[in-house]
Design a binder for this molecule. Structure first.
Ligand code: SPV
Ligand code: MG
Length: 294
């Protein structure tokens, strides 16, 4: 078994390479393995995916422990780094410090916290999108950096100014303050169908602090174009979840309609793939090594 660096070190090494790092959202270890298998550089432990998978809104309903449990299970299942969506940090700076210790101990490579008021609301939901004061959020970032015990864990500061309708100047002002407060990267989020605001932010960003983007609604732009514009980490945050919803719905409906499963057999994964993804081949090898000989 080849030894691999801890996730945080791996992520820093990926950041040091030219071009953008691409990661995909997951809400369980199976999804994380699918992302790893197709070749993503890492996995995003998505708050939206995890909350949706539990059937609750993405509005800080789940506790830190529940989200940590999932993030930790993803990190245990794959060899690529896991970046954890930690919403608004689950409270104030004290909560952030506790959160950092827990996520760090779970082998998470990077945590993202956003400058929303707790409880947060998913960025794509219309209505209340309240931002925390800049000073308060800088305090959370400084607390996060003070709390980490290993050098490599990255703290991503997520700017919600464009989401909340506060404009580009405010987004840049916040990003600069967050970099100053110690953030290892800033995430600029947007919810329009045009990539223009993101491209403008990238063009006006002058600090060496890397920029993270989440091209969910402005999906026509390619990763190559985003990388050329200066984005370092690209998060495909929820596509696995949404693909699953469509595929499962269509499959279930087809079974009821056809009165049998023959019509879906060719479009669903064979059981062999399921066994493979859950590590049956590895367990067989271990059986030969650790059980049968004794
Ligand atoms: C998530 O995946 O939970 C995110 C990204 O925070 S998004 O939902 O696209 O805002
Ligand atoms: Mg989220």
């Amino acid at each position: 078994q080849a030894s691999i660096a801890p996730g945080a070190r791996q992520l820093r090494e990926l950041f040091a390479r030219p071009g953008a790092v691409r990661i995909a959202g997951a809400h369980n270890p199976l999804g994380a393995r699918l992302a790893e298998r197709v070749g993503f550089d890492g996995v995003w432990s998505s708050g939206l995916e995890v909350s949706a998978s539990q059937g609750v809104p993405d509005t800080d309903i789940l506790s830190m422990s529940e989200l940590l449990g999932v993030a930790s299970s993803l990190a245990a299942a794959v060899r690529v780094p896991v970046v954890a969506d930690c919403d608004a940090g689950y409270g104030n700076a004290h909560n952030v410090m506790n959160m950092i210790r827990r996520y760090e101990a779970a082998g998470i490579a990077a945590v993202s916290i956003e400058d929303k008021r707790f409880p947060k609301v998913n960025s794509f939901l219309p209505g209340r999108q309240e931002l925390a004061p800049i000073g308060e959020f800088c305090g959370k970032l400084a607390a996060a950096k003070a709390a980490q015990r290993t050098p490599d864990l990255m703290v991503i500061a997520r700017i919600e100014a464009l989401i909340a309708g506060w404009g580009m100047d405010e987004a840049l002002r916040r990003g600069e303050a967050y970099a100053q407060a110690g953030a290892d990267a800033v995430l600029i989020h947007a919810k329009g169908s045009s990539p223009e605001p993101i491209l403008q932010f990238l063009a006006e960003w002058t600090l060496p602090t890397p920029v993270v983007v989440v091209p969910t609604t402005y999906h026509t732009i390619t990763a190559t174009e985003l990388a050329e514009a200066g984005a370092k980490l690209i998060i495909y945050a929820n596509h696995g979840l949404r693909a699953g919803i469509t595929a499962v719905t269509d499959t279930f409906a087809s079974i009821l309609r056809d009165d049998r499963t023959t019509g879906v057999e060719s479009s669903i994964a064979p059981l062999a793939t399921v066994f493979d993804l859950q590590g049956m081949a590895v367990q067989k090898r271990h059986e030969a090594e650790f059980i049968t000989p004794f």
